[in-house]
Design a protein around this ligand. Structure first.
Ligand code: COA
Length: 165
């Protein structure tokens, strides 16, 4: 799957070392709990769990690697937990590739690839880059409805929603 500058594929266990290397800068972990992953092995294990899914019939977990087509560099990870009427989305990109619009391009692809459902995202209030990205993508701030279990929610996060057009 391709966009103008990016190649996007299902995330595989074999991507772990490269993705770990791309994302190990402390800046990447600043607003997502300290680090994206503590080790290559932990990331391998996590990718295996993500690929196995939740086991729930009403939920599917989608995970994609993002590469720059020209260089082949693995630069990020896109994630979506898709339910029948809504999906929760999240992303991580390596520090060297911030500031080029790659996340914007990749998440735009992700949104277009998903069924036409409401999208939810949570973000640490200090994460200015992710807040700008959400605004550019048409997300608006909301409150967490009690009936919705937003898995990526941490205390104090801001919650954003993007309704289908
Ligand atoms: C959140 C994150 C993906 C944002 O990355 P980003 O590169 O800033 O996001 P974008 O792809 O939207 O790029 C926007 C920047 O690229 C610039 N840019 C350059 N070329 C561009 C282009 N062709 N199109 C769009 N923007 C472009 C924009 O001007 C903007 O610059 P700015 O940072 O000076 O405002 C990244 O910071 C990240 O992975 N952080 C760590 C993990 C994390 O926090 N995840 C989110 C949890 S909610």
């Amino acid at each position: 799957m391709c966009t103008d500058r990016l190649s996007i594929n299902e995330l595989e266990v074999g991507d772990a070392a490269e993705l770990f290397g791309a994302t190990e800068s402390p800046e990447v972990g600043e607003f997502i709990g300290g680090s994206y992953s503590p080790s290559v092995q932990a990331l391998r294990d996590r990718i295996e769990r993500m690929r196995a899914g939740s086991g729930r019939a009403d939920e599917s977990w989608l995970n994609y690697s993002v590469r720059v087509t020209d260089t082949g560099d693995l630069i990020g990870h896109l994630q979506a937990s898709v339910h029948s009427e809504w999906a929760e989305v999240a992303w991580v990109f390596g520090r060297p590739w911030w500031g080029y619009g790659y996340a914007n391009e990749a998440v735009t692809w992700l949104i277009e690839s998903l069924p036409s459902v409401g999208l939810w995202a949570t973000v640490d209030p200090g994460n200015a880059r992710s807040l700008r990205l959400l605004a550019r993508l048409g997300f608006t701030e909301t409150t967490v409805p009690p009936a919705r279990d937003v898995q990526s929610y941490d205390d104090g996060d801001r919650v954003f929603v993007r309704m289908p057009v």
